[in-house]
Design a protein around this ligand. Structure first.
Ligand SMILES: CC(C)(COP(=O)(O)OP(=O)(O)OC[C@H]1O[C@@H](n2cnc3c(N)ncnc32)[C@H](O)[C@@H]1OP(=O)(O)O)[C@@H](O)C(=O)NCCC(=O)NCCS
Length: 186
């Protein structure tokens, strides 16, 4: 890994994925994906507000680039010792290539860095892909929020507790060695 890559927080050679903080200039490409993957996509203003709050430390938003193209993004809200995943998406043409896994691993490492002990999120009951991803990271169902989406579909609340333990850190390293390597180089 070159000195420049380290400074830019770049992914080690091999994975081909570059993870970086989300910027306003990413929003055009983000919205192309956002509109394809969600029935009620976030507006640009919502992203701008989240990016602003990230600057103040209340949020953390990242993007993933491959070959210069934005292929995914994710973010979370940090409240005391809990990190609430607010959004995670990968390009529909680049699914099952490990993008979601690397984004979620990056969020989990950052939550740890900020002293969080747990991760939480809501997911559609019908969203088997996302649930499969979350299960890899140790998320477990913790309840249902009725008609959470579009006042129609229920959400499953998922929690991943005790992330601040050696066992969980080992799990993170195993689930996503690429991100563990990048975090270690920071
Ligand atoms: C959920 C999402 C981010 C996963 O992104 P991805 O880049 O395809 O994920 P990865 O390639 O890293 O997959 C990681 C794991 O997730 C699970 N997974 C991903 N897609 C899956 C699918 N279609 N069916 C079942 N499990 C799936 C698997 O466990 C997979 O590991 P494996 O490939 O080793 O079996 C992506 O499907 C997406 O953007 N969905 C639309 C937006 C969304 O629903 N976000 C979640 C909101 S709660």
């Amino acid at each position: 890994m070159s000195v420049l890559s380290r400074l830019l927080n770049r992914e080690p050679a091999g994975s081909g994925l570059v993870i970086a903080p989300m910027r306003r200039r990413d929003l055009t490409a983000i919205q192309v994906i956002e509109r394809q993957v969600y029935p009620q996509p976030w507006s640009a203003n919502v992203f701008v507000n989240e990016i602003d709050m990230a600057r103040e430390g209340q949020r953390y938003y990242i993007v993933a680039y491959r070959n210069g193209q934005l292929v995914g993004y994710a973010g979370m809200m940090i409240v005391l010792e809990e990190a609430h995943i607010t959004n995670i998406a990968s390009d529909p043409d680049r699914r099952r290539e490990g993008i979601g896994r690397q984004l979620l691993a990056d969020l989990a490492w950052e939550a740890l860095r900020r002293g969080c002990t747990g991760l939480t999120l809501e997911v559609r009951l019908s969203n088997a892909a996302a649930q499969g991803l979350y299960q890899q990271f140790g998320f477990e169902p913790a309840g249902i929020r009725k008609k959470y989406y579009e006042n129609t579909e229920d959400a499953m609340v998922m929690w991943c507790h005790n992330i601040d333990t050696a066992d969980y850190v080992d799990r993170l390293r195993q689930v996503c060695p690429e991100t563990a390597q990048r975090v270690a180089a920071r």
